[in-house]
Design a protein around this ligand. Structure first.
Ligand code: SAM
Length: 259
């Protein structure tokens, strides 16, 4: 887009436009040439232009009327580009079912990054995801058990993916600059078949982390007995942040066997 987007950034839509060329290149080149991809929140197109030069088919999902109109206009002369104008939280399930993307990319609006990641982690993509977050959220997502910031999202993203931090960026990499640093997370499929459904894992993790300071025994009181925990080799005195992905899956399966 030719106009300066910084003057028009909408805080309510988490608009901080990326201007760091190295970061743009790293995000775009994480996706193989010719791939079928979705970009969440293209905005004025910092990443979109590089993706369009690279991928085979790109669908962008954008809520802001101005940017959606701009990309709809572009799509008229570019058959490899499609546009979904709406809220990604509402549109994503349908888009993934219809498009079968190999990759999802985006500099995510930070105000919805939690629920959006819980949704994204449930898609078993053959390629992967390359996503920009506030640094604190990226740290939570990439954390392992035992870390203070390890939580529900850290468990959920491991259902289908290996997770690594690709790069960290200072506020000045964006216009307007956010108050915090940002980080790009790369998720690539680990290829192992999960032992329970994503929905069951999500329900279990939500309940298990509802009271972080409580023991696992307390969080599942009335549902799992001492014998149940023994059968799945988990010490019920542990706290939720001490359990790795495999332990959460064992709890999920034990709960579903009860129900
Ligand atoms: N990709 C651009 C870049 O890197 O410069 C813009 C990134 S900006 C952090 C987030 C983008 O997501 C904005 O374009 C914003 O309008 C869009 N957005 C915010 N909330 C959204 C939602 N619920 N659904 C779809 N797009 C949304």
């Amino acid at each position: 887009m030719t106009e300066s987007p910084s003057q028009h950034a909408k805080k309510s839509l988490g608009q901080h436009f990326l201007r760091d060329h190295n970061a743009i290149r790293r995000i775009a080149t994480a996706i193989p040439e010719g791939a079928v991809a979705i970009e969440i929140g293209p905005g004025p197109g910092a990443i979109t232009e590089s993706l369009l030069a690279r991928v085979g088919r790109l669908t962008v999902i954008e809520m802001d009327n101005r940017f959606a109109a701009h990309w709809q206009n572009e799509a008229e002369s570019n058959p490899r580009l499609s546009v979904i104008h709406g809220d990604v939280l509402q549109e994503l399930d349908g888009a993934v079912t219809a498009i079968h993307p190999e990759w999802i990319a985006g500099n995510l609006p930070y105000n919805i990054s939690g629920p959006l990641t819980a949704k994204l982690a449930g898609f078993n993509l053959s390629g992967g995801m390359v996503l920009m977050y506030q640094r604190e959220v990226a740290e939570r997502i990439a954390a392992g058990p035992g870390s203070k910031v390890y939580g529900g999202l850290s468990v959920l993203v491991r259902h289908y993916y290996d997770v690594k931090r690709l790069l960290t960026l200072p506020p000045g990499a964006f216009v307007p600059p956010p108050k915090v640093h940002s980080a790009v997370i790369l998720m690539t499929p680990h290829g192992k078949t999960p032992a329970c459904s994503y929905e069951l894992l999500q329900k279990t993790v939500r309940q298990g982390f509802a009271h972080r300071r409580k023991t696992i025994n307390n969080n599942f009181r009335g549902e799992l007995s001492a014998e149940d925990f023994e059968a799945i080799a988990i010490d019920p005195r542990k706290r939720p942040e001490q359990l790795d992905y495999d332990a959460w899956v064992r709890i999920a399966i034990a709960l579903s066997n009860k129900g």
